[in-house]
Design a protein around this ligand. Structure first.
Ligand code: BV8
Length: 246
């Protein structure tokens, strides 16, 4: 289903030189991955992600947190990038000034071919040890999960940023720099609630960029955005890519 973009937006898309795309769980929804604000289905319906994705939760109950991530990794391994991910990879290939900042940990942007990107909240497919962040490529199955680090014997955990943990410094700085100097900022599929990532569209807006929100629902960014496309990412992004690649 193609959509008509407002003429003024088409002009901005065509002249944009420095473009930042900022994505959240909504862009992976059409790949079949549940977002954070979806009702968590099945075994985890009774927990909130904020109560599982924290170092305190891991210290309190490492097995439960490890198994939640194993459950999510199972889903991530079964899904494919969708037209929204592929559209962003096409824009990057055509526009040298394009930079992608994702909050997602599912690795789908890289699988769709995006290269110029930062993963602000890590990647669920990478595993480290809790004590020293040693990278773990493989581990022996254990009676009592989580498995342990071969180098230091510490408990293994996913290499994602939990609530209360600092974001990777270099990635955050590159994202803030890009937001402060871009002329077009696409905020895609995010509830714009989790900081410091959620500050990026506001940094872009306050530095004069054209801010476009792509989200079926209202968010705290909606009233500031120059254009709001109440569309799914998998519908809006192919239309935007087509306009930019004409
Ligand atoms: C930190 C990885 C400090 C883990 C995640 C002010 C300043 C700084 C910090 C804070 C602050 N106020 C509060 C804080 C603390 C906290 C925070 O922001 N809390 C929130 C709840 C208020 N922030 C932190 O703890 C951060 N750390 O600040 O540390 C520090 C500094 C120095 C030293 C030590 C400590 C860390 C935050 C990172 C947390 N990790 N993920 C994991 O995945 O398990 S967060 C996780 O939720 C995501 O990564 C994402 O960032 C976040 C929000 O999710 P979204 O991606 O937006 O998805 P959501 O479901 O919410 O929304 C989906 C949207 O898509 C919806 O709007 C929906 O309408 C839309 N949608 C649905 N379908 C579609 C669609 N859109 C388009 N197309 C569709 N088809």
């Amino acid at each position: 289903m193609a959509i008509d973009l407002p003429f003024e937006l088409i002009d901005r898309l065509r002249v944009a030189k420095r473009i930042v795309a900022f994505t959240g769980a909504g862009i992976s929804a059409e790949s079949g991955l549940s977002t954070f604000r979806d009702k968590q289905t099945g075994l985890w319906a009774q927990y909130r992600p904020e109560d599982l994705a924290t170092p305190q939760a891991f210290r309190r109950n490492p097995r439960m947190v490890w198994e939640w991530y194993e459950w999510r990794r199972g889903f991530v391994a079964k899904v494919e990038p969708n037209p929204g991910h592929h559209a962003l990879a096409r824009i990057e290939a055509a526009r040298p000034g394009f930079f992608l900042v994702t909050q997602n940990v599912d690795g789908l942007h890289a699988r769709a071919g995006s290269r110029n990107l930062v993963e602000l909240h890590g990647n669920i497919r990478r595993t480290i040890c809790f004590e020293h962040r040693h990278l773990a490529e493989s581990w022996e199955p254990v009676e009592e999960p989580p498995p342990r680090c071969e180098r230091c014997g510490g408990l293994l955990r996913p290499d994602v940023v939990w609530f209360g943990e600092a974001l990777p410094e270099n990635a955050l700085r590159r994202a803030q720099e890009a937001a402060a100097h871009c002329d077009l900022f696409l905020s895609i599929g995010t509830s714009t609630l989790v900081y410091p990532a959620a500050e990026l569209p506001f940094i872009a807006g306050s530095n004069g960029a054209t801010v476009i929100e792509i989200n079926p629902d209202f968010t705290p960014l909606s009233k500031l955005a120059d254009f709001v496309l109440r569309e799914k990412a998998g519908v809006a992004l192919p239309a935007i890519a087509a306009t930019m690649l004409e």
